[in-house]
Structure formats: C-alpha cells, structure tokens
Design a protein around this ligand. Sequence first.
Ligand code: 5GP
Ligand code: MN
Length: 331
Amino acid sequence: MTPRKQIAKTIKDYNHFLLTSHINPDGDAIGSMLGLGHLLNRMGKTFTFYNQSGLPERFSWLNLPAKMHTRIPLQEYEWAIILDCGDGDRLGENLGTFLDTDKSINIDHHYGNPEFGRYNWVEPHRSSVGEMIALLAQDLGMELNGDMAKSLYLAMVTDTGSFSYSNTGAETFSIASEIIKGGLDLDSFNSHLYQQWSLNKVHLHGLAMKHANLYCQDRVGLIKIPAELMQQTGTNPEDCEGVVNYVRSIKGVKVAISLREDSENKIKMSLRSWGEVDVNAIAHSLGGGGHHNAAGGTFYMSMQEAEGLVLEKIEQHLDSGPEDRNWAQVT
Ligand code: 5GP
Ligand code: MN
C-alpha cells in the first residue's frame, strides 16, 4: 500500500490525533494543519494542535478548528501527524524526543526529509503540504469547500508565490480550481491575506530596500534587516516576511538573500533563486535547508559574519555549478 493510501486508512481507522508543523510556521505549515483539522472534524475525529511558535498574527483571520497549543499538549493521542517538516530540528523544543516515531505520520514536500515516521508520505515535487492534504481529502471522498478548502488554498498560494514558482504543478491548478468551484470567495480571501500591512511595515520595507545591494558580478542580491531597523520603525520579525523577494526581482539576479537580526548573534537567513540555482544545497551547507528555489537557515553570529559567510558560499556555488550554462534557458 502506498503511504498516501496507508495514511487515508489510518485516519479512517483511528480517532485521536496530534497535529503539528514546523516552528515559525509559514502559510503552508498553518494552512495544512488547519485544513487537516477541518478534515478530521468532518469525519468526527478528535485532535489537538501543537506549534511551538503559535499562530502568527498575519493568519489570525482564519477559523481555527481547535486551540493552538504552544506547549506540548498532554492529551492522549493515537497518531501524531507532522506536517511540512523536512527536518527534525524544526519541530521545536523536545518534540523530537517526545514523539513516538512508531505512532507518527510524516507528510511533507522537502527534499532530504529523513522519513522519521512510521508512515512517510514525502513528495518533493508537490507545491505544498496543503496540496497533499487536498488530495487526501479527495481520496476520502470530500468536496474541497468551506474552511478546510480556505486553509488549503492558503497553503498552496503562499508556498507557490501565488502560483508563480516552478513547484506549481498542473495538479496544483486543478485543486485550486476545485476550491474555487467549492465557493471560495477570492476577493475576501485576498484582502485578508494581502491587505494586512501597517504603515510601519511599509516604512520598514522601504528602509530595508534602500540599502539593498548586489554582489558576485551582480548575480546576488542581498537585503539586510538589522534589529535596529525594526526598533526604529516599530515592527517585529514577522513584518519582514517577503523582503527577500525585492532583490529576487532585480534583473540578472540569480540568488536573493535576506538576513534578519532576530536578536544579538541570531540571524535568520532566507534564500531564493530562479531556475537551476539550487539554494537548498547552499542552505544545507550552512546548516539550514528547504527547497530548490526557496530555502533558509539560522546563523548564531553577528550580521557581518553571517553576511561574509553566506556570500562566500554562494560565490563558490555559482562558480562551480552548471547554473551559468543553464541560466540562458530559464530566463
Ligand atoms: P523562509 O525563507 O521563507 O523562512 O523559508 C523558505 C523555505 O526554507 C521554507 O519552506 C522552509 O522549508 C525552509 N527553511 C527555512 N528555514 C529553515 C531552516 O532553518 N532549516 C531548514 N531545514 N529549512 C528551512
Ligand atoms: Mn511547505
């Protein structure tokens, strides 16, 4: 039996689940978790949500089918379902040791997922885990509508950069099409997702953009957000979401980097690329990970040191890989 079928069967056969996703959850982590929660509700199952970082403010407009615990909940469960987590370290404090891997289901789309569960449904070509939960819902005979569909749409639209990245497949569009047929109000959805900014956030992005720079013969764009900039504009790390895309849009840029200073000597890195450049490999060599065109990681050093290190790695990668030859085909 394929893992996908095995997971559908397990969901039918059991009643109590623990649902979790990676720390600092993005739209896919939250959307797939909420979507699966709504799916379980429809089947009359019980479940508990856990995410160490909680629900980010920018997703607070979604209907939660259960309370989001930020401490490992003590409720009994028969199966833990871990979503969008390609790396055990990203589960959050102690969860890796707390989980009984024999009672764990791992649903993910990251290359190199260590397949830590009893059942591991890992498909790196999928746009998002939300897409995979939508397929699961269809396997279980459900229509893609209501709050379940809204959550899954969030997962797909955020992990594909509004259906623009190369991870957007034909099936991503057909699921989106089913969700629209199921009655999703796009106008309201998009205003919730995209019309959330504060003026302070606009100022933060403006100031960060002003100091963006190019390196490595203009093939690499870098944008930095020192803690001071967040203090100055009255913003927080969540407000920095998406800044990396500004340098990714510059003509000729193959790799875009953002470095955000979360606290002293803790720098969050985001990497983005177009086409052949494998930023997952670069992030991996720096202790992080992700996808071919979108990856990240954390440095425990100063901003200046992190900048030097990431630029050095990227230069090595660009000068050794086949990207230069392939680049002409993908622009
Ligand atoms: P972002 O730059 O938006 O934080 O992350 C982009 C992608 O990289 C995410 O989908 C996530 O899978 C991955 N990613 C980000 N940070 C880390 C990290 O510290 N470790 C690993 N393994 N992956 C990360
Ligand atoms: Mn994802």
